[in-house]
Design a binder for this molecule. Structure first.
Ligand SMILES: Nc1nc2c(c(=O)[nH]1)N[C@H]1C(S)=C(S)[C@@H](COP(=O)(O)O)O[C@H]1N2
Ligand SMILES: [Mo]
Length: 452
């Protein structure tokens, strides 16, 4: 009852709620401790006639005393807002315009090879908004007219076929949430901490809901020669003619020929109108602008799986056809380039994923790996999908080293950098899934470090 009265007054007589003099005083002197005390007294006097309610409670709140942002009704509360359909397709708030995909000065910006990284430090939950999905192009992107785009399936099939997008969209579809990570994610950090922020160290990682037709259905439709089919080759329609070999067991498992991403058609830079979704596999296998699938009996050894995307091992040989992205995690806040303003409580949050299934557990250390505690996994925890974790932390104002370690449902434990290097050496570029360390300095700054 009392609250309702107060709300009524706020709505109908906002000008009378706080004296003009008080507002002037705040703008002249700012909000230091003395001012706050002064304002609280003035406020108490000004509001003496009011019964208790929201605004009074806010004034009594330690953080909210005398704060004009809560005491004064702003213009937007006392005037009409914008009409609908100002933008038929919505954009984020102007105040969020700093959250963008970014290119790395150290990496290429050419049309022959481009990367734009997802700003993981500013995202919540597990879904990457479509406009912030990372981009990796071997020959630039195109906005392809879906009416003239075709998908051909040939090779070891009884009935080779050519599908239009319309043909495909009439078929039974599935929608699944999966992460995609470029095999070169975290590549720069093999030897030393190279990049300042999680956007650049881990931002070739995104996670969306994809919609499309299971590839197994199309292969059945074309009468796949089950006895001889051992591999497929997926080919893109871009100038790179990007091609990758995929073993037939995977092709017939959970692979999707997708047109949908986060509830709408794929974005052009992510493969519109068709892309292959290969859950758990490294990004390069998720062929964009997909135009052909050939069924064969041997791997194809294309450029992207012979000269590129292989791992130089310590014995001088190269590891080839590493399809699956192993279990990995990273703390996204606090992370490199961020700053803790004061000691006290912080929510440590991050992402964990595994190309082999679900995340089973994530541990967090705040002392560089001496002690570990189990973090909370937020639902949903899905297979071959990002999983969000949260961890309560009270920072004592002293230097700290924050790490996360993920364990997947196969029991695989994300390795320390030294463990990974002992098997893989330091000549690799791709497939670095080591534990990431962020050092919180006494002044509150957070930097990328490597500890053994
Ligand atoms: N046709 C085609 N498909 C492609 C690529 C490409 O350049 N051309 N890049 C690949 C690589 S290396 C990655 S990591 C992913 C990136 O997908 P995204 O740009 O949607 O993030 O697409 C893969 N599919
Ligand atoms: Mo990639």
């Amino acid at each position: 009852m009392a609250v309702r009265n107060l709300v009524g007054r706020l709505l109908h007589a906002p000008e009378n709620f706080i004296s003009d003099g008080l507002i002037d005083d705040i703008s002249k002197h700012g909000l230091n401790a003395d001012r706050r005390d002064f304002i609280r007294k003035s406020f108490a006097a000004a509001s003496a006639a009011l019964v208790s309610g929201h605004a009074v409670a806010a004034a009594d709140h330690p953080g909210g005393e005398g704060d004009p942002a809560i005491l004064t009704l702003p213009k937007h509360s006392t005037s009409l807002g914008n009409p609908v359909a100002h933008l038929p397709y919505g954009l984020p708030s102007n105040y969020e315009s700093n959250l963008q995909r970014r290119e790395s000065p150290g990496l290429t910006r050419k049309r022959e090879s481009g990367v734009a990284f997802t700003p993981l430090q500013g995202l919540f939950g597990i879904i990457t908004p479509s406009g912030l999905h990372f981009e990796r192009h071997h020959a630039g992107w195109h906005d392809i007219d879906p009416a003239s785009h075709r998908l051909m399936i040939n090779g070891l099939v009884a009935k080779p076929k050519v599908y239009t997008l319309g043909d495909l969209m009439r078929l039974p579809s599935v929608s699944r949430m999966h992460f995609i990570e470029c095999g070169a994610n975290t590549a720069m950090d093999w030897a030393s901490p190279a990049l300042p922020s999680v956007q650049y160290t881990h931002g070739m990682l995104s996670c969306c809901e994809f919609t499309g037709v299971p590839l197994s259905l199309l292969l059945e439709d074309c009468g796949i020669d089950k006895r001889n089919a051992k591999f497929i080759l997926a080919e893109g329609a871009d100038g790179a003619s990007l091609t990758r070999t995929i073993p037939i067991e995977r092709a017939l498992d959970d692979v999707i020929v997708a047109w949908g991403m986060n509830g709408e058609m794929l974005r052009p830079e992510n493969g519109y109108p068709l892309r292959l979704v290969v859950p758990g596999a490294q990004g390069v296998s998720w062929v964009k602008w997909l135009r052909r699938i050939e069924v064969g009996d041997a791997p194809y050894a294309t450029r992207e799986e012979s000269t590129q995307y292989t791992d130089a091992m310590p014995d001088g040989l190269s590891r080839q056809y590493s399809l699956i992205q192993e279990c990995k995690s990273v703390i996204t806040t606090p992370s490199g380039g961020q700053r803790l303003m004061e000691k006290g409580f912080y929510n440590i949050t991050g992402l964990a994923w595994s190309g082999r299934g679900k995340i089973d557990r994530v541990d967090v250390s705040v002392d560089g790996g001496k002690n570990w505690k189990t973090a909370r996994l937020e639902s949903p925890v899905l297979s071959k999908c990002l999983t969000r974790f949260n961890f309560d932390w009270v920072w004592n104002g002293k230097p700290a080293i924050l790490q996360s370690r993920a364990i997947d449902e196969t029991g695989y434990v994300q390795p320390k950098l030294a463990e990974l290097r002992s098997v893989r050496g330091t000549r690799s570029v791709y497939h670095n899934n080591a534990i990431q360390s962020w050092r919180v300095e006494a002044a509150g700054g957070v930097v990328n470090v490597q500890i053994s």
